[in-house]
Design a protein around this ligand. Structure first.
Ligand code: ZN
Length: 115
């Protein structure tokens, strides 16, 4: 995961190279991938707070501690590989529930248990 986003030229070059080598490209929405724990899929329950502090991620739910970019990359990977699976990663359902909870405080998570 680069520190700076790819320029349009670099992204185009990356896409051409992937096609040239027969590599599938999957675009995922990165929303909340840096705030979600890849280990337990938990997001800080307080809006505006995060388990990410600079380069460090310390989950207050499962206790996983590590590099924040590694954590975000694992979440993006989980979203990417779930595109072609019927059940999905479960992560996107949790993220959608989190967004609904922000927009509607009385929303209850009913799609997935645990986490
Ligand atoms: Zn966790």
């Amino acid at each position: 995961m680069p520190t700076d986003p790819y320029s349009p030229f670099e992204l185009t070059l990356l896409i051409y190279k992937a096609i040239e080598h027969g590599v599938n490209i999957v675009f995922v929405n990165p929303r909340y991938t840096s705030q979600t724990c890849h280990n337990c899929h938990h997001i800080h329950p307080i809006v505006g707070e995060s388990y990410r502090h600079g380069k460090k991620f310390a989950c207050g739910h499962c206790g996983w501690i590590g590099d924040a970019d590694y954590n975000g990359a694992k979440n993006i990977f989980a979203l990417g590989v779930s595109v072609n699976t019927p059940k999905g990663s479960g992560l996107s359902c949790l993220l959608e529930d989190h967004l609904r909870a922000i927009e509607s405080p009385h929303h209850n998570c009913t799609q997935l248990g645990g986490g």
